[in-house]
Design a protein. Structure first.
Length: 94
């Protein structure tokens, strides 16, 4: 019989959840830093948008089971993430 590895970081769902929690804290910190200084507002805005779309990708890949989806669907999702993120960055940073 094989022993089952039950460490916290061995489960992909737990690891994804931890990454999402850290990313949420990072987004919150960037938002607070952007409010404290007017010069860093554009950089903080860009950071929050990028962190948000990284979180969207993690949720789609891990929790919506896109890692087991057909290749064309994964690539379409990736293209959508990049396209919308870049569009929002262009709109917000003009």
């Amino acid at each position: 019989m094989k022993e089952r590895n039950t460490g916290v970081f061995n489960d992909a769902t737990t690891l994804a959840w931890l990454i999402l929690m850290v990313a949420t804290g990072l987004g919150w910190w960037l938002g607070q830093a952007g409010q404290d200084s007017s010069q860093g507002l554009a950089l903080a805005t860009a950071g929050v948008i990028v962190v948000a779309f990284i979180k969207v990708w993690i949720v789609g890949f891990q929790f919506m089971e896109l890692r087991h989806a057909p290749r064309w669907l994964r690539h379409a999702f990736d293209a959508w993430i990049v396209t919308v993120c870049v569009a929002l960055l262009v709109i917000c940073l003009r």
